[in-house]
Design a protein around this ligand. Structure first.
Ligand code: UTP
Length: 276
């Protein structure tokens, strides 16, 4: 059973400037709930009740969100407004929240290595909360992947088919299809051009990683943009052992981009708001 999930939340969120100048991208709300809370709820649903945040400067409001706000609680206690706190109270009851700071933004791989002290030597989930995943039909995406981990016992990346014109935004896999939606990864390329892309199967922000990834990241040289890329470390792991890719069930919104964020907002408002 995987008990911990890592949330790399140290990035600058430049695509949302000026909104993200003094406010973390992860605290931007989709309707009335911050992106990061959707992520935490997904992790908890998957049984990963220890949520480990890799934060950075200017991200303190994330820590405050996953804590009690005594003044507010006192103020609205016994009023009809208390119901607005139900979802976050549920999360606080079930989850344990730990934090470490990434002092320099050296990429997602580096952020994950920074989280090592919070994870230890066990398999763990990784959730990038700017990818909002919703599955109204059944288990959450991370829960689907945790289930798959029990079968394969190796790292798993979530993938989605994207139009060829968009492959340059993602890590892309080359793999052998084992059964419906499950691939054994042979190769991966970070942000390839259309010509160099081995497929249109793009990695999105959900992973299950085995702890040997930490040593592999330590030996990984900076790649695209001078950053230590998780994709490069996963490629090494795939070559030495095994990495699986999983075409998940559900919808994914790229909330790190303005169009994806607006699409997610409309979808949640139309399909979820006021319905629980
Ligand atoms: P992104 O590539 O989306 O970068 O990072 P970003 O800074 O968040 O957003 P833009 O592109 O400037 O608008 C992917 C994920 O990895 C985390 C980010 O917080 C995000 O969740 N990350 C990235 C870190 O935690 N540390 C890093 O050094 C880099």
């Amino acid at each position: 059973m995987i008990k911990k999930c890592l949330f790399p939340v140290a990035g600058y969120g430049t695509r949302f400037l000026p909104a993200t100048k003094s406010m973390p991208k992860e605290m931007l709300p989709i309707v009335n709930k911050p992106l990061v809370q959707y992520g935490v709820e997904e992790a908890i649903e998957a049984g990963m009740t220890t949520c480990a945040f890799v934060t950075g400067r200017g991200k303190r409001s994330i820590a405050d969100h996953f804590d009690i706000s005594y003044e507010l609680e006192h103020q609205i206690s016994g009023t009809g407004k208390e119901a607005y706190l139900d979802s976050i109270r549920g999360v606080l009851e079930e989850g344990v929240f730990t934090m470490v700071r990434q002092r320099e933004m050296k990429g997602l791989g580096h952020a994950i290595l920074t989280g090592r002290s919070l994870i230890g030597n066990e398999p763990f989930g990784v959730l990038l909360s700017d990818d909002l995943c919703l599955n109204a039909e059944g288990a959450s995406v991370l829960a689907q992947m945790a289930e798959l981990y029990n079968q394969f016992r190796c790292s798993i990346v979530a993938i989605q088919e994207v139009p060829m014109e968009e492959v340059h935004k993602y890590g892309v896999i080359k793999g052998e299809s084992l059964k419906d939606g499950i691939y054994r990864v042979d190769d991966m390329v970070e942000k390839p051009s259309q010509e160099d892309a081995p497929s249109n199967l793009a990695i999105i922000g959900r992973y299950i990683l085995t702890p040997d990834i930490f040593e592999i990241i330590e030996e990984t040289e900076p790649g695209a943009n001078g950053e230590i890329q998780l994709t490069d470390a996963l490629q090494t792991q795939a070559k030495r052992g095994c990495v699986m890719a999983y075409k998940f069930e559900g919808k994914r919104f790229d909330c790190g981009s303005v169009p994806g964020f607006v699409e997610a907002t409309n979808h949640v408002y139309e399909n979820y708001y006021g319905k629980d």
